[in-house]
Design a protein around this ligand. Structure first.
Ligand code: HH2
Length: 282
């Protein structure tokens, strides 16, 4: 399988690592660490050196309860970073739900739109349909970041997430967007309980039946804190690597992570095992 993006056709026959670059003062695990363009760009370079295959740059925290950031502020945060990051030789993704930010980013040459709203904002799906080749990640979110954890989902989440993402992908396809431009994501932590997040991991296979590559975003999330007792988000490296590895073992093609170096090491172990599994089947 491949992920077609603006400039790159990403080979997904091996798991790929999307490194997180939060140009924000308030992200839940690394807020303020890369909040200016210079620091963010150094972080981009670090992540690529550590082995990231894709950079995901965002200017608004979407942690539970986070306030929306005005358009001008988000643009001022991300544009200088996007401009420079585009010259680093790797696919660049913009993590935004605002169509205005998407449009400016696509005009700059950004490769991927990563949208926690799955292009539900007015004009977002049209932008993708009008673009010849940008990649897109459609994520499931219950309600919105302000209210999602106050009243999480109820019932069996797996069919609900599957139905939602199927509809979102069908809508794009109906607008003429090729299947190989689309990646799906269950939205770990976005309006789900701890148990529901782990149900989405355990039963990821049911979601993969939709036929799209899967992106898993477990990195440092509070469900990992709940089951391990590691309260400080930035200290959840081992639980995050474990979750990324489990997601890959359950068929995820891309993992969105803060701790790239450690995830690369873990996936090397997984790749070594996989190579032998393939040989055994020859
Ligand atoms: N999670 C976050 C942000 N964007 N995009 C996708 N596709 N999947 C995710 O799971 C996902 C995402 C939240 O994590 P982070 O960016 O580290 O924190 P914050 O939103 O506080 O900046």
């Amino acid at each position: 399988m491949f992920w077609q993006t603006s400039r790159f056709r990403i080979d997904l026959s091996r798991p790929r690592i999307m490194g997180i670059v939060n140009v924000t003062p308030d992200s839940f695990s690394d807020g303020g660490r890369h909040a200016n363009a210079h620091a963010a760009l150094l972080h981009c370079e670090r992540l690529l050196k550590d082995g990231a295959h894709i950079l995901d740059i965002g200017g608004e925290s979407t942690r539970p309860g986070s306030p929306p950031v005005p358009l001008e502020d988000e643009l001022a945060r991300v544009l200088p970073v996007l401009r420079e990051a585009l010259s680093l030789g790797a696919p660049v993704s913009i993590d935004t739900y605002k169509p205005e930010v998407m449009r400016v980013a696509l005009d700059l040459g950004v490769d991927i739109l990563n949208d926690i709203w799955a292009l539900r904002r007015d004009g977002a799906a049209d932008l993708v349909a009008r673009h010849p080749s940008c990649g897109v990640c459609l994520m499931h979110m219950h309600r919105d970041p302000q209210t999602m954890q106050a009243a999480p989902m109820s019932g069996d989440v797996v069919p609900q997430v599957r139905f939602f993402l199927d509809e979102a992908a069908r809508d794009l396809r109906a607008r003429g967007v090729a299947m190989d431009r689309i990646v799906l994501d269950s939205g770990i932590g976005f309006g789900k309980t701890v148990e529901q997040n782990f149900a989405l991991l355990a039963r990821q296979g049911e979601l993969l039946e939709l036929g799209y590559p899967w992106l898993a975003g477990w990195s440092r999330k509070s469900s990992l804190g709940s089951v391990t007792g590691v309260e400080v988000a930035a200290e959840r490296v081992v639980p995050s690597v474990a979750a990324a590895l489990l997601a890959v073992e359950h068929g995820a093609s891309i993992v969105r992570v803060h701790d790239v170096r450690e995830t690369v090491q873990a996936l090397r172990v997984w790749n070594a095992m996989r190579a032998q599994q393939k040989q055994g089947h020859q």
